[in-house]
Design a protein around this ligand. Structure first.
Ligand code: ZN
Length: 494
C-alpha cells in the first residue's frame, strides 16, 4: 500500500466512523491531491477526499481542513469519475488484436468479467447492449455505461474497456450512443437484407437485376485471389448478391458518411449482417466488402452470418467441417480488406472457438451477451432453489410468447420437471441445452413479471439475491467466460 493510501486510510478513520472494512480494497485511486474510493453499503457510493472531491455531487464536509464528499453512484458522478480517472471511460478497442464483447444485461457482471481479462490480453467491451435489451431490462445507455465505469473503478481494472451500441438500426439510436461516448457502433443492416432471394429461381433473379458496367468489371470473368483462396463469381451469383445486399450497402454507406467519415466520430464501426435468415457465403462476403470499399466505407469489424446455427446460449449446431472451410475464407477476406472478423452470438460456442482463434490468427472480435444472464440464473438455482423453481415454471409458461422473437429449436420435452429434481440437482439444468434456451429467451418476461397489484414478482428478490451473492456470481462468470477465452487462445497460441 502506498504512503498516500495509508495517509488516506488514517484520515478516513476520522470520518463518520469509517474504516478500511467499509471500502472495496482495490477501489482506492488517486488523482492529484485527491483520493477516491468506493464505499460498501446497501447501495454503494463513492468517497472522495481532496480538493477535487467538490466536483462530485453529494454532501460536502471537512476533515483536518480537507474537503470530502460522499457521492451517490449517479450518472452525473459517473461523468465526474470518467473525467478524473480515464481508465473508467470507454476507449475504442476494435483496433486491438483481440476484443471480446460482454453484454452485461443486469449491470452486475463486470466484476467477474474483469477478472478474466486480467489474465488475457484481449480487450473487453464491458458496456454492450442493443436497444431491445435496454427495453426488456428497463435500462438506459447511461446505466449501461455507469455499470461498467463504476465496476472497473471498484475492482481496479485499469487496462481499458470498450462500449458498444449493439445492433443499432436507427440514426436516433446511433446518436444516443455516440452522445454518451460509446466507442463502438454495431450497425445492424438486417432490415435491408432480402431474405426471399434464396427461394427465387435463377430466372426470377435474372429478371430483377440488370448489371451495370462497374459491377461487371469488378467481378465477372476473373479469378480473385485472396491469400490462398480463389474466388470466382458467376453472373447469377453476382445478381443474387446485389438483390440480397444492395439496399443494406446503401444504408451502411449513408450511416458511415453521416457519422464516421473523416473521423467524425472517434468510435469504431462494425457492420452486422448476421441477424438474418440468409447465411453470408464467402462470395457474398467478398462482394459486400468490395462494394463498401468502392463507397470508401472503412469498417473496423464485420459480422457475417456463418453457415450452421448460432443459437442463443448453446454450442454451435451444424457441419463443423463446412464451418471451418468457410471461416478460413471469411477470415482471409477480412484480412484482405483490413478489418477484423466479428463473431456474434458467441456465447457458449465451445466446439468452434479454437477454430476461430486459429483461422483469424488471433485477430478477432467475439460477442457474447445472454450467457451472463444464464450464469445469474445458474446462481439462483444454486443459492435459492425455491425461487428458482417458481421462475422456471413461469419461464416455461412464457416460452411460446418469447419464441416469437428468437430462432431456437428448443424441445421442451427434454427438460426434466423441476419439481422432481432435488435441490442439489437443480444446477444441472444449466447443462441441458433446452432448459438453457427457455431461460435465455424469457429473460425479459422474468424480469418484468408483475402481479395483479402491479408489484414485480421476481425482480426485486432476484436483484437482492444477486447482490448478496455477488462473489459467487463473479466466480461463476470467471470460470464460464474464462472457458471461452481459453479455447479461443488455444487456436493461435498452440
Ligand atoms: Zn448479431
Amino acid at each position: 500500500m502506498s504512503n498516500e493510501s495509508k495517509k488516506f486510510l488514517k484520515t478516513l478513520s476520522k470520518v463518520e466512523g469509517l474504516s478500511v472494512d467499509d471500502l472495496y480494497p482495490k477501489s482506492i485511486h488517486q488523482v492529484e491531491d485527491t483520493v477516491v474510493c468506493m464505499l460498501k453499503g446497501d447501495v454503494d457510493s463513492l468517497f472522495a477526499l481532496g480538493s477535487l472531491a467538490l466536483k462530485f455531487e453529494g454532501k460536502a464536509h471537512n476533515v483536518d481542513g480537507i474537503p470530502y464528499v460522499i457521492a451517490p453512484l449517479t450518472f452525473k458522478n459517473g461523468q465526474v469519475l470518467r473525467a478524473l480517472f480515464p481508465f473508467t471511460k470507454p476507449i475504442p478497442v476494435l483496433h486491438k488484436q483481440r476484443s471480446f464483447g460482454l453484454g452485461d444485461r443486469l449491470g452486475l457482471a463486470t466484476e467477474g468479467h474483469a477478472r478474466v481479462f486480467e489474465s488475457y490480453d484481449a480487450y473487453p467491451i464491458f458496456a454492450q447492449q442493443s436497444i431491445r435489451e435496454l427495453a426488456l431490462t428497463h435500462r438506459t445507455y447511461e446505466d449501461v455505461l455507469d455499470a461498467a465505469s463504476f465496476s472497473v473503478f471498484k475492482v481496479g481494472f485499469t487496462r481499458g474497456f470498450g462500449a458498444d451500441g449493439d445492433h443499432l438500426k436507427k440514426k436516433k439510436d446511433i446518436e444516443y450512443a455516440l452522445s454518451l461516448g460509446f466507442t463502438m457502433i454495431t450497425l445492424d443492416a438486417s432490415d435491408y437484407i432480402r431474405n426471399d432471394v434464396n427461394g427465387m429461381t435463377d430466372e426470377q433473379v435474372d429478371q430483377l437485376v440488370s448489371l451495370d458496367e462497374h459491377h461487371k468489371e469488378r467481378y465477372l470473368g476473373k479469378v480473385i485471389e485472396i491469400e490462398k483462396h480463389n474466388i470466382e463469381i458467376t453472373e447469377i451469383e453476382l445478381k443474387r448478391a446485389i438483390l440480397v445486399y444492395g439496399k443494406a450497402l446503401a444504408f451502411t454507406n449513408d450511416i458511415y458518411q453521416t457519422y464516421f467519415v473523416n473521423q467524425k466520430a472517434s468510435a469504431n464501426f462494425e457492420l452486422s449482417i448476421d441477424e438474418t435468415a440468409t447465411p453470408t457465403t464467402p462470395i457474398q462476403h467478398y462482394f459486400v466488402a468490395k462494394e463498401l470499399e468502392c463507397y470508401n466505407v472503412k469498417l473496423d469489424t464485420l459480422a457475417p452470418r456463418f453457415c450452421g446455427e448460432f443459437q442463443k446460449g448453446i454450442d454451435y449446431i451444424g457441419d463443423i467441417n463446412q464451418f471451418e472451410k468457410e471461416l478460413e475464407i471469411h477470415a482471409a477476406i477480412a484480412r484482405h480488406f483490413g478489418y477484423k472478423l466479428s463473431i456474434h452470438s458467441g456465447s457458449d460456442k465451445f466446439s468452434i472457438f479454437t477454430l476461430i482463434g486459429k483461422h483469424t490468427k488471433g485477430h478477432f472480435h467475439v460477442k457474447t451477451a445472454g450467457t451472463n444472464w444464464l450464469e445469474a440464473m445458474h446462481l439462483v438455482s444454486i443459492k435459492s432453489p425455491t425461487l428458482y423453481r417458481s421462475i422456471h415454471h413461469y419461464a416455461l409458461s412464457m416460452f411460446d410468447e418469447a419464441q416469437k422473437f428468437y430462432h431456437v429449436t428448443t424441445d421442451l420435452t427434454k427438460i426434466p420437471n423441476v419439481d422432481d429434481l432435488s435441490d442439489q440437482d437443480l444446477p444441472l439444468l444449466f447443462k441441458n441445452n433446452d432448459a438453457r434456451q427457455v431461460l435465455h429467451i424469457t429473460y425479459g418476461f422474468i424480469l418484468n413479471h408483475k402481479d395483479d397489484s402491479g408489484q414485480f414478482v421476481f425482480r426485486n428478490e432476484l436483484f437482492n439475491l444477486w447482490k448478496q451473492e455477488s462473489s459467487t456470481y463473479s466466480d461463476l462468470l470467471y470460470t464460464h467466460i474464462g472457458k471461452h477465452l481459453e479455447l479461443l487462445y488455444k487456436g493461435f497460441n498452440g
